[in-house]
Design a protein around this ligand. Structure first.
Ligand code: C2E
Ligand code: CA
Ligand code: CA
Ligand code: CA
Length: 269
């Protein structure tokens, strides 16, 4: 880390210097990514658990860097820290709108806490999405977004819903929102985190999902289970009354979204 020497001279050790260089180049690269249109959306199907009909898609960003595709885990957190997620997110809303139109399906867009916190979020959203077809848009936010300035976040989400878009809580069950608080939040959908789907066959696994479904029904919320990779998970979730499913078993994210799901067989991981 930086050390202050007598006389106020700051010296940096090698680790800090390396980190700054890496972050500087990532920052420059991300700026260029926007300029050169290297960010694209892939769409993953969300299906009706009973009929396997594709009812909507989730938009997932891919960075087509000249050196190869960079997955969000490699840079989204950095984009949030630097605020670059704000212009990036605006671009993705425009791409999501185009995708919804091309696919003829509603699209769910991931929104980082940092984006929601932006005072101009709603104004930008209206410019970037356009002034109609709000029913084709869902915003996915994680529970951590609800730890920010809650009054502002609730106001923003309430306005989003007043326009006709929907709000979904992503990775539900991994964060801090208490079950009781859900009733007061302006949300429409709970997305059960993939960890719970993965752990379905562990002791207590079924009980957790059943509790989330019961809760969602009590508050009139829709439910999507994420990370479905095997047909036994699909069967269990459907039997538990989870209405919608998403996961590699039903389809991987791709530039094209399938209109029909043909179960190819369990995903080997
Ligand atoms: P997320 O929103 O929870 O998205 C689900 C992630 O799980 C995606 O990873 C998806 O490809 C992956 N996934 C889907 N089905 C399965 C499955 O059956 N098994 C497994 N193991 N994984 C599955 P991805 O695309 O790498 O995105 C990772 C995270 O990056 C997302 O998690 C989200 O938090 C963030 N992210 C992705 N796109 C965007 C975006 O456009 N904007 C923002 N702000 N964040 C994004
Ligand atoms: Ca998501
Ligand atoms: Ca998720
Ligand atoms: Ca996640």
């Amino acid at each position: 880390e930086a050390k202050r020497r007598p006389g106020g001279v700051v010296v940096f050790d090698d680790a800090l210097r390396t980190r700054m260089l890496t972050e500087q180049s990532l920052r420059r690269d991300l700026d260029l990514a926007l300029e050169r249109d290297e960010l694209v959306l892939h769409f993953q199907p969300i299906v009706d658990a009973a009929t396997l009909e594709v009812v909507s898609v989730e938009a997932l960003v891919r960075w087509q860097h000249p050196d190869g595709v960079r997955m969000p885990a490699q840079w989204i957190a950095f984009a949030e820290e630097t605020g670059l997620i704000v212009p990036i997110g605006r671009r993705l809303v425009t791409l999501a709108r185009a995708g919804a139109e091309r696919l003829g399906l509603p699209v769910a867009v991931n929104v980082a806490a940092r984006q929601l916190a932006e005072p101009l979020f709603l104004e930008h959203l209206r410019l970037d999405w356009g002034d109609d077809n709000w029913h084709l848009l869902t915003l996915e936010i994680t529970e951590s977004a609800l730890l920010e300035d809650l009054t502002h976040v609730i106001a923003a989400l309430t306005s989003v819903r007043a326009l006709g878009a929907r709000v979904s809580i992503d990775d539900f069950g991994t964060g801090y929102s208490s079950f009781a608080r859900l009733a007061t939040l302006p949300v429409d959908v709970l997305k059960i985190d993939q960890a719970f789907v993965h752990d379905l066959d562990l002791p207590g696994g079924v009980a957790v999902v059943r509790a989330i479904v019961t809760l969602a029904q009590a508050y009139g919320l829709d439910v999507i289970a994420e990370g479905v990779e095997r047909s036994d998970q699909l069967d269990t979730l459907a039997a538990l009354g989870v209405p919608k499913l998403q996961g590699y078993l039903l389809g991987r994210p791709s530039a094209q979204a399938p209109r029909r799901v043909d179960l190819a067989g369990d995903v080997v991981t």
